[in-house]
Design a protein around this ligand. Sequence first.
Ligand code: SF4
Length: 120
Amino acid sequence: MSKTNITCINCPMGCPLEITMENDIISVIGNKCNKGKEYAIREITNPTRIVTSTVKVNGGERPVVAIKTQDEIPKKLIFDVMKEINKVTINAPVNLGDIVIENVLNTNVNVIATANDKVK
Ligand code: SF4
């Protein structure tokens, strides 16, 4: 039997979660809602995260624009995805929701702009 303690990051309540694994059975206590249980199980089996950052913009009013992965990616790929993001420069204008990198590292997740940038 193994026990792991984590904090749920899905809302400001920050519930302390205790995850117990015994014979491939995962049980969770401390969660005030089902999101916390799902999060705990995912953290133990396949932790994932949304990545947020910025990319450089050519010819825009601002030198960079905010971006994020459209969905969660495996936590173990965060540094590799950041390397891909850091290689990219996009041209103004940029519109919220524009795809900056399609299917980043074959994750089936796009990196998208989360802000606008006009042509300078
Ligand atoms: S378990 Fe539910 S209530 Fe608690 S922090 Fe997570 S999402 Fe919020």
